[in-house]
Write a protein that binds this ligand. Structure first.
Ligand code: ZN
Length: 440
């Protein structure tokens, strides 16, 4: 393979992964090319280069591209490094990596869970109720029986325990064997994947609506859902939950404003991980981050927290917010609306305005606000302007007909309360309305 081809196809992240090197959240590594106690090797995902800041290093003073990195790591010639790079691209190199029991087990068990959906009426009903399609996206169901099938393999049992799929009860069964409790029993299951799209962890969603006990992640949660965004992603939609991301993924919303669009799930409003940050750093074409979190207070607050974080790290990237009707989320919108509402709401998203003020230097305040914002993270205080649904509720005093949520008009009379759910689409022939009447 030509050097130029290799350089366009082999990412620095792939090379690191091949050597099992995991950078910290600042994209630094303890340098593998010298005896390094503190991380001196800085990685640059945009240019796919690395630079060691230690003067004790043989590479010091030279920026390394992916080929240099391999040469240094393997202590080999450029010709050999190119061969190695080609292997990494074609996948032959990856096969040579040591077999990972965890990965094999997770892959097998997720396949088993996927087949479990077919045999479970309650799972099929729940998946349908959540407007998901097990034929279109990967969903599994854990009946809690998986460890019975493994009567032969003690190794498999040990791996289940290591991964956290089985929990030891600390008592003996009536057959004199240790008793186990399967993790995430009677839950539907989603796979979290690494950069090579391999299953590296699992998320279990209870089929009951007990608010305190709905979301279960295997210990040592890792990976992203539905997967790491494509490298050429231009617009990234961020949802609050896995089911919300599954909903968007299933609708094939991969093009917003004629730009390549992908979706990425947070693990709840506090579930922004280092992997989310790393994944976003690796998107050189990114020009917009679209928050599509829940229409409630935690959702609004999470946007207020994460949007400035993104804007201060990526000043050139537009950050916008989808206004979700009060107490709805991506998935629940489909309870009363057709799927066009999701596309409609994304279209109506608003760019978030950021107010930058520097309390310390009042003299410069005016000029700084007039010019494009300068991002010095320690000094600049960032405020997000959005009004919470609660604030809006206070602004609109309704009398009879409640119009504060344009997608859900409410009218209460003595005999019944009415809700009219609907929205205008671009096509004149597809106005969809649901009328809900609750008798008093
Ligand atoms: Zn070094």
């Amino acid at each position: 393979m030509e050097i130029s081809v290799i350089k366009t196809r082999l990412t620095l992240a792939q090379v690191l992964h091949y050597y099992h090197l995991k950078p910290d959240k600042n994209l630094r590594l303890c340098c593998p090319f010298h005896d390094d106690k503190t991380p001196s090797l800085q990685l640059y995902y945009k240019t796919h280069t690395a630079y060691c800041f230690s003067s004790n290093c043989k590479t010091h003073g030279k920026s390394m591209d992916v080929i240099d990195f391999i040469m240094n790591k393997e202590n080999c010639t450029k010709h050999e490094a190119l061969k190695k790079a080609t292997e990494m691209i074609t996948g032959e190199g990856l096969k040579a990596a040591p077999p990972a029991d965890r990965l094999t087990t997770l892959h097998k068990i997720f396949t088993y869970f996927k087949n479990g959906v077919v045999n479970s009426q309650p799972a099929k009903a729940y998946i349908q109720k959540r407007h998901l399609n097990a034929d279109a996206i990967d969903i599994g169901f854990n009946s809690g029986q998986f460890h019975y099938k493994q009567n032969d393999a003690a190794e498999a049992m040990q791996e289940y325990l290591n991964i956290g799929l089985l929990l030891e009860l600390g008592v003996m069964s009536r057959f004199g064997k240790p008793a186990y409790k399967p993790f995430g029993k009677h839950c539907i299951v989603f796979a979290l994947r690494d950069q090579e799209k391999r299953v590296v962890s699992l998320y279990f969603r209870s089929m009951s609506d007990d608010k305190s006990q709905r979301h279960f992640y295997l210990k040592d949660r890792q990976g992203l859902y539905p997967k790491y965004p494509r490298e050429n992603t231009q617009k990234l939609i961020i949802t609050e939950s896995i089911i919300d991301a599954a909903t968007i993924f299933q609708l094939h919303i991969d093009n917003v404003d004629n730009q390549i669009t992908t979706v990425l799930a947070l693990y709840g409003t506090n579930g922004w991980t280092d992997e989310h940050t790393t994944a976003i750093q690796a998107l050189p074409e990114l020009n917009e981050i679209i928050f599509f979190l829940n229409g409630d207070e935690p959702g609004v607050k999470a946007v207020q927290k994460y949007a400035p974080m993104m804007k201060s790290t990526y000043p050139k990237v537009k950050v916008s917010n989808v206004e979700v009707p009060h107490n709805e989320d991506v998935n629940s919108l489909l309870d009363s609306h057709s799927e066009e509402i999701i596309i409609h709401l994304i279209k109506e998203r608003k760019e978030i305005e950021f107010l930058f003020s520097t309390e310390k230097s009042n003299e410069n305040k005016k000029t700084e606000q007039a010019e494009s914002p300068i991002f010095a993270r320690e000094e600049v205080e960032v405020n997000t302007i959005t009004s919470t649904p609660e604030e809006k509720e206070n602004q609109v005093k309704t009398n009879g007909l409640d119009t504060q949520n344009p997608y859900n008009l409410k009218y209460a009379s003595e005999a019944a309360s009415y809700q009219i759910k609907g929205f205008k689409t671009d096509q004149m022939d597809s106005l969809k309305i649901t009328l809900q009447i609750a008798l008093n």
